[in-house]
Design a protein around this ligand. Structure first.
Ligand code: FMN
Length: 228
């Protein structure tokens, strides 16, 4: 351990506060009159969002994915206000009746920015059975787990920077290969998280919804083992 006791106590308290402060809040606006953040807010916030997502890339990962000379098993695609508003108005037309868009247009109409976090399955098409298959599946599981670590890092960093956040799976509409292709994401990538980022200055009177599982939290999942 490095640093003084006072440093570690303070650091622990800070990290714990950020972990506890992160909260799911879905912010919804009418897609036909989306929220507009002026240039001053965007030029202050957009670089912070970019930095938070980049720093989140210090997440641990087990295996060198080795695609495009990159070791990481994840990719992140940032969507700024103008792209978010375009998606809000065009998503339904893109997807037709292939998948429900749900509240996605309303959230793309309210957010300051969004990020799509994808991962690169390595053995998705592998047909080998038996132990070799198990080993490969475990590698893919760990690519996915590492990408989830990046997402949580990003949520914590964004929370620490004062942004509101919401981790959406993206639903069938955003996971649809045609929609992902429009956003520059090819078939080798799978969407893990659509992160909505709420900017300061978002009107208070917008519709807001919490995450549905928050109230059920407990500490009952923690075990300690005493070996005989
Ligand atoms: C992998 C993952 C996917 C999620 N996808 C959705 C989603 O599609 N829709 C949703 O309402 N919440 C989604 N959530 C957010 C959870 O509902 C939320 O984290 C949970 O209710 C606990 O609330 P809290 O984040 O405020 O503690 C997702 C969370 C995770 C980790």
């Amino acid at each position: 351990m490095s640093g003084s006791d006072a440093d570690t106590t303070r650091d622990f308290a800070t990290v714990r506060r950020i972990v506890r402060t992160r909260i799911t809040q879905k912010v919804l606006a009418d897609p036909s009159s989306p929220i507009h953040f002026d240039e001053e807010i965007r030029s202050a916030c957009d670089p912070l969002v970019r930095e938070a997502v980049l720093e989140a890339g210090w997440a641990p990962f087990h295996y060198n994915r080795a695609v495009d000379d990159l070791v990481e098993p994840w990719r992140a695609t940032l969507l700024w206000q103008s792209q978010c508003r375009e998606i809000a108005s065009r998503l339904e037309g893109w997807i037709g009746d292939e998948a429900p868009v749900g509240k996605l247009p309303a959230m793309f109409a309210a957010c300051g920015a969004a990020a799509l976090v994808t991962w690169l399955p390595q053995f998705r098409d592998a047909r080998a059975a038996g132990p070799e298959h198990e080993k490969r599946r475990a590698v893919d599981d760990e690519h996915l787990a590492a990408t989830a670590a990046l997402v949580q890092n990003a949520l914590l960093l964004l929370t620490a920077a004062g942004f509101g956040t919401y981790w959406s799976s993206g639903g069938a509409a955003l996971r649809h290969p045609d929609v992902l292709a429009r956003l520059g994401i090819g078939p080798a990538e799978e969407l893990l998280a659509l992160l909505f980022v709420e900017y300061p200055g978002t009107p208070d009177d917008l519709d807001r919804k919490p995450g549905k599982n928050r109230e059920g939290r407990s500490s009952g999942w923690l075990r300690e083992v005493t070996l005989a």
